[in-house]
Write a protein that binds this ligand. Sequence first.
Ligand SMILES: Nc1ncnc2c1ncn2[C@@H]1O[C@H](COP(=O)(O)OP(=O)(O)O)[C@@H](O)[C@H]1O
Ligand SMILES: [Mg+2]
Length: 335
Amino acid sequence: MIEFQSICKSYRSGQGDVVALHPFDLRVERGEVFGIIGHSGAGKSTLIRLINRLEAPSGGRLLIDGEDITSLDAMTLRERRRRIGMIFQHFNLLSSRTVADNVAFPLRLTAMSRVGISKRVHELLAWVGLDKYARHYPAQLSGGQKQRVGIARALATQPQLLLCDEATSALDPQTTASVLQLLTRINRELGLTIVLITHEMEVIRRVCDRVAVLDAGRLVESGPVERVFLHPEHPTTRRFVSEVEHLDENELHRDFAAVTGDILRLTFSGETTYRPLLSGLTRATGTDYSILFGRIDRIKQVPCGQLVVALNGGDPAAIHDYFERMDVDVEVLRR
Ligand SMILES: Nc1ncnc2c1ncn2[C@@H]1O[C@H](COP(=O)(O)OP(=O)(O)O)[C@@H](O)[C@H]1O
Ligand SMILES: [Mg+2]
């Protein structure tokens, strides 16, 4: 659906050019929820703004459904933008207009009749759970409600693609969860492709199918969320993952001094998560284990887990075979 081909972006400034994005390639498939994570200044907003041409790339090609959007004339571009909705961290609502007027705003630029607009606005507000708030003003709403208005407005022109720029970054954890649930519904029930950017791995874990990691303007890692989460490769990715795990690698390594034996990191997902892995290990191989770190979680809908264990006794080959049979990925942290 979206194809970045050797896309790059620099900004002109007084002190010379600022490279916001070094050349990269990336594909977002139709129907997926694609996350882009990076620290502040990594180039996330620039990347997402290239998709609806709020920014023009400095080089490369950007195809949407096979069409190069970098070479469209102004009128075609306006028409194409209608197929793309966008929501923002600070909602960008018009404070002097009612909720209903905010949602109606993009429709007034179309040929739709007043009656048609009013009907569509009420459908949209009902869909995001705000039907009772049509006559309210943004200042009378909570952050989560404001973002729902932003979402209803973004959906007004029935786009195929929804861009989310830090859409939950100004919200508390509980409100974040409910907005993320709404995004999941938009993806499942309305079939929209979603590209979202965030600095929180937790947001990626809850809603995304695939993720790309941006580090100082470079795309350093990308892949299915499950893989990137359970086997992060780039140091920046590792840091993002350890933030959600509340796991400090240095502290973990200090714990190593307190135990004897081989130390392994076990990673598993799907059905394996519910197996009696460790008691089975002891029965099958006679090894004793102690747990140094453990977490069972869900990535989107898939259960998964990670354990760091110290093993004493038992035949190493038998232990290896056991984990292979159980479909557990083993990384030796200390032998
Ligand atoms: N309009 C602009 N003019 C000059 N530099 C900019 C502009 N917009 C962004 N930048 C710079 O580009 C880099 C990436 O910014 P941005 O895409 O906003 O990152 P993020 O959204 O990840 O925080 C930063 O160094 C930022 O200062
Ligand atoms: Mg930004």
